[in-house]
Design a protein around this ligand. Structure first.
Ligand SMILES: [Zn+2]
Length: 440
C-alpha cells in the first residue's frame, strides 16, 4: 500500500510539475485557465464561403488574442482584415541572426461539423484512469476507455470535456492557449534563451482556407510549426497528397410523355459508375498509410448528373494510380452507355509536405528532442488529412505539426487535460531553446 501511495505521489509530481529550472517564473495564467476562457468564444467556420474569414465571429477571438499579446508585451502585434493575428517575440541572444526565426501557428476556428455555440467546459477532476466519462447534458455521449485507450494514461489528471451538446473546441484552442502561455513564459523569463519567435493565429483552417491569406513574407519566419495535433508526443511531418475529381454525365431531358427514342437519362450511367468503386479502397475500409477514393456528393438528374470524388494517398504514385483507375471506370461506363457523354476533371488540392520537409530533418529532430526533454515519448504519425502546414510548406514556410494533448477532434467527445496542455507548453519552451543551443 505504502509503495502504491508513494508512486501515486511521484506520478502526480510528474504530471503537474514542469521540469523547468526552479528559477523560472510560472505564468500568471496557466494554459489550462486560458483554454477554459477561449473555448467559450464561438469561432465556428463555415464551408463554401467566398470570403476569409468565412464567419465574422472569428474576429471575437482574434481581437482578444491581439489585445492579450499586446498586454503580455509581444512586439509588432497586428490583426489583418482577413482575421490573421501576427506577433513577434524578439530573440534575447547576443547575436539573434545566428538562429533561424521560428514560427508557431495555431488556428482559431472550430469545425463546421458540430456546433461551437455556448460551449460549457466541464472539468473532471482527478480522473481515476478507468471510468468511462458520461457527458452530463446528453448521456448518450460517452468517452469510453475502450474507444479511448489513452484515458488510462490520464490517471490523476484533470480532464476537460464539453457538456455533450457541442464540441469542445480543443481543436485548436488548445494550440492557441499553449502558444499564448509560451509567450507569457518567454517574456517574463529572460533567462530562457531563444532566437526570434513569430506567432500566427489563423482563421478558417477547418474549411481548408487557413493558409489562403497567410502573409508568409510578412510573417518573417524561416520555419514554423503548426500546434494542431493530438496525443502527447505525436509529431507529424507527413500529410497525404490530395486531389478531387468531378465526373459529369451528360444526358438529354425531354417530357417523359413523349420521350420515346429521344430521352437519354444520365442517372443510369451515373449509377453504373458508382457501382464500380472498389470496396477495399474506400475511407470506411482503409487506415494508416493506405489511401482511398471517396465519392462524397453529387447530383442525379435526367439531363446532367455529376459526382465528386476525393483521391487521397501518401505517395504521388498512389494518387496517380487512383486517377488512372477512375479514368478506366469512366471508359467502362462510357462503353456501356455510349449515348451519355461522360467526362472527368481532376484537380490538385495539396501535396504531402514530406516532399519538402525531408530537406529539413532538423525540424522534426528538434521537436522530438523537445518532447523528450518534457518527459514524453515522441513518435511520428502521418496525418490522414491536410493541415495549414501542408499548404504553408508549399508556400515557402516548411511547417511540421506538433501535438496539443487534445483528442477526438471535430466531435462532441473532444477532450484535453491539464497535463496535455502543460506538457505541450513545456515542449514549446524546450523547442525554442533547442534552436538557440544548436546555433552556438
Ligand atoms: Zn485543427
Amino acid at each position: 500500500m505504502k509503495s502504491l501511495f508513494l508512486s501515486t505521489i511521484l506520478f502526480s509530481l510528474l504530471i503537474f510539475n514542469f521540469s523547468f529550472s526552479s528559477d523560472m517564473k510560472p505564468p500568471k495564467e496557466s494554459a489550462f485557465d486560458r483554454f477554459l476562457r477561449y473555448v467559450k468564444i464561438d469561432t465556428q467556420s463555415k464551408e463554401d464561403q467566398d470570403t476569409v474569414p468565412s464567419t465574422q465571429k472569428q474576429f471575437n477571438l482574434a481581437k482578444l488574442l491581439a489585445k492579450e499579446l499586446k498586454e503580455l508585451g509581444a512586439q509588432n502585434v497586428r490583426l489583418s482584415d482577413n482575421c490573421y493575428v501576427y506577433a513577434t517575440i524578439p530573440g534575447n541572444l547576443t547575436d539573434n541572426s545566428k538562429v533561424p526565426a521560428i514560427g508557431l501557428i495555431s488556428h482559431m476556428d472550430t469545425s463546421p461539423a458540430v456546433s461551437g455555440e455556448n460551449v460549457n467546459p466541464i472539468i473532471h477532476k482527478n480522473y481515476d484512469g478507468k471510468s468511462d466519462i458520461v457527458l452530463p447534458n446528453d448521456k448518450t455521449q460517452i468517452i469510453s476507455v475502450e474507444k479511448n485507450p489513452s484515458l488510462k494514461d490520464l490517471k490523476g489528471d484533470d480532464i476537460i470535456t464539453a457538456d455533450g451538446t457541442t464540441l469542445l473546441g480543443s481543436d485548436d484552442k488548445s494550440g492557441c492557449a499553449e502558444i499564448m502561455t509560451l509567450v507569457e513564459i518567454l517574456l517574463t523569463n529572460p533567462q530562457i534563451k531563444h532566437g526570434t519567435i513569430q506567432i500566427g493565429f489563423t482563421p478558417d483552417e477547418e474549411v481548408g482556407n487557413g493558409a489562403s491569406k497567410f502573409d508568409v513574407e510578412g510573417f518573417g519566419a524561416k520555419f514554423a510549426y503548426t500546434v494542431d495535433g493530438e496525443e502527447l508526443g505525436e509529431i507529424s511531418e507527413e500529410t497525404w497528397s490530395a486531389r478531387t475529381a468531378t465526373v459529369t454525365f451528360q444526358g438529354k431531358s425531354t417530357h417523359p410523355g413523349t420521350a420515346k427514342g429521344i430521352m437519354i437519362n444520365s442517372i443510369y450511367a451515373f449509377s453504373d459508375f458508382v457501382s464500380r468503386f472498389p470496396k477495399d479502397k474506400l475511407p470506411e475500409t482503409t487506415e494508416k498509410r493506405v489511401g482511398f477514393v471517396h465519392p462524397y456528393g453529387g447530383v442525379a438528374d435526367v439531363e446532367q448528373s455529376s459526382l465528386k470524388i476525393l483521391l487521397r494517398d501518401f505517395e504521388i504514385s498512389g494518387l496517380d494510380e487512383k486517377e488512372t483507375m477512375l479514368k478506366k471506370m469512366v471508359s467502362e461506363t462510357q462503353s456501356k452507355f455510349p449515348e451519355t457523354k461522360i467526362s472527368i476533371e481532376v484537380k490538385e488540392n495539396y501535396k504531402n509536405m514530406k516532399e519538402v520537409l525531408k530537406n529539413y530533418p532538423e525540424l522534426t529532430a528538434n521537436a522530438m528532442e523537445a518532447a523528450k526533454r518534457a518527459g514524453l515519448t515522441p513518435h511520428l504519425r502521418p496525418i490522414r488529412g491536410g493541415t495549414d502546414g501542408s499548404r504553408l510548406t508549399y508556400m515557402g514556410l516548411p511547417c511540421p505539426n506538433l501535438f496539443t494533448g487534445g483528442m477526438n477532434f471535430h466531435g462532441k467527445l473532444e477532450f484535453n487535460s491539464r497535463r496535455g496542455l502543460e506538457k505541450s507548453v513545456e515542449t514549446l519552451v524546450n523547442l525554442v531553446q533547442i534552436f538557440a543551443e544548436k546555433a552556438k
